[in-house]
Write a new protein. Sequence first.
Length: 80
Amino acid sequence: MEHADVVIVGSGFGGLAAAKQLAKSGINYVLISSTPEHLFQPLLYQVATGVLASHEIAPPIASVLRRHREADVRLGKVVA
């Protein structure tokens, strides 16, 4: 993507909610995340006890937003 109307920093609940709303409006955006997956922390204890597999609580961000053609997901850190 050469041009983005919006840059979203982080892939937490707020970042993903913003990404989905922007996609509904047809606005191009770049989502920058320091990790390749979205971690649902409240279920970490179930992974630790063996009830759930780690991939069940940490889906890749790119797969969460795969249907949004406006999305450009990048791995990185914003420093300034």
